[in-house]
Write a protein that binds this ligand. Structure first.
Ligand SMILES: Cc1cc2nc3c(=O)[nH]c(=O)nc-3n(C[C@H](O)[C@H](O)[C@H](O)COP(=O)(O)OP(=O)(O)OC[C@H]3O[C@@H](n4cnc5c(N)ncnc54)[C@H](O)[C@@H]3O)c2cc1C
Ligand code: FES
Length: 272
């Protein structure tokens, strides 16, 4: 995570979140590490801004499960459905993985501040790793057909573990993979590759998620290209709504609390 002193809160109105018991439509493996869960929510599908998240809580027989934050991977206002992609790491995501189509899931959202692509931006570079990529796929959805060039650098352990490539390609994004397996994901190698790839037509904005190393690299690239950076960060969350103050992005400055990831983020402006 970036230090709080480097994080700026993005301005702007957000859509009003809703709370609803909704129906699971699909819940299946997507890769060997990740699963895709689709639920019905016409309101979230229509309102969610790129980079926002939901709090999801399976209604199990043994009682309620604390809600877990999940990025909105894709949303389809036409069918009123929302997809999330998740890894099973503990009890909450195990409970999610056990849900059959037709089961009920309690969803609050859309939540948080998402990515802001400025009107004057003609080229956006998205740099993501692992499950962090899920926070950025909706940016490509929103920019498809707008004339803004979208380049995506997707990093992961190996090619089949990388999620999101088909979404970016489906939205006419230019996708480059970087993997630990072929040693193309190390910062030095990747930085060199990005200099070669983009020095001639650099992006005005870099959006990043999923890796502190890649966030630092994004800052360096932005200085070279006179671009700005926005970063989506994760934190443990209990309420997701700004009440419990459990998700501060660091220790604050001794006088003021650090920004709350659920209320002020999860997307922040990276200060130079
Ligand atoms: C805004 C936001 C968006 C997210 N989007 C996604 C997503 O799209 N897909 C996805 O798979 N996950 C996402 N996460 C992370 C996801 O919420 C956690 O993996 C989940 O809450 C874990 O719950 P659990 O009960 O299964 O595991 P727990 O039992 O709570 O934790 C299992 C292990 O994971 C660690 N852990 C749990 N939550 C986090 C976290 N937020 N950051 C770092 N380590 C953590 C715990 O310390 C523990 O070691 C997101 C988190 C945030 C804050
Ligand atoms: S999770 Fe409760 S304030 Fe952010």
């Amino acid at each position: 995570m970036s230090s709080p002193a480097t994080l700026g809160v993005l301005a702007g109105e957000r859509p009003m979140p809703t709370w609803a018991r909704t129906q699971v439509l699909v819940n299946r493996p997507l890769t060997d590490r990740y699963r895709l869960l689709r639920f019905r929510s016409a309101t979230i599908a229509a309102r969610a801004e790129a980079g926002q998240f939901v709090m999801l809580s399976p209604a199990t027989e043994s009682g309620p499960v604390l809600p877990r934050p999940m990025a909105i991977y894709t949303r389809d206002a036409g069918s009123g459905s929302v997809d999330i992609v998740y890894g099973v790491v503990g009890s909450g995501t195990k409970a999610l993985a056990a849900l059959e189509p037709g089961a009920t899931v309690v969803v609050t959202g859309p939540l948080g501040r998402g990515f802001v692509v400025h009107e004057e931006t003609g080229h956006v570079l998205l740099i993501g790793r692992g499950v962090g990529i899920c926070a950025m796929t909706t940016v490509a959805q929103d920019l498809a057909g707008t004339g803004v060039r979208v380049s995506a650098v997707l990093s992961g352990r190996h090619e089949s573990a990388i999620i999101g490539a088909e979404v970016f390609r489906g939205c006419h994004g230019d996708v480059r993979l970087a993997t630990d397996a072929d040693e193309t994901s190390g910062v030095a190698v990747l930085r060199e590759r990005l200099h070669r790839g983009f020095d001639g037509d650099p992006p005005q904005q870099i959006l990043t998620s999923g890796s502190a190393r890649l966030t630092r690299m994004s800052g360096e690239l932005a200085a070279r290209w006179h671009a700005t950076v926005q970063v989506s960060i994760e934190a443990h969350m209990a309420c997701g709504l700004g009440y419990c103050h459990g998700c501060a992005a660091g220790d604050g400055d001794g006088t003021h609390e650090a920004p709350l990831v659920c209320r002020d983020g999860p997307v922040f402006r990276l200060r130079g």
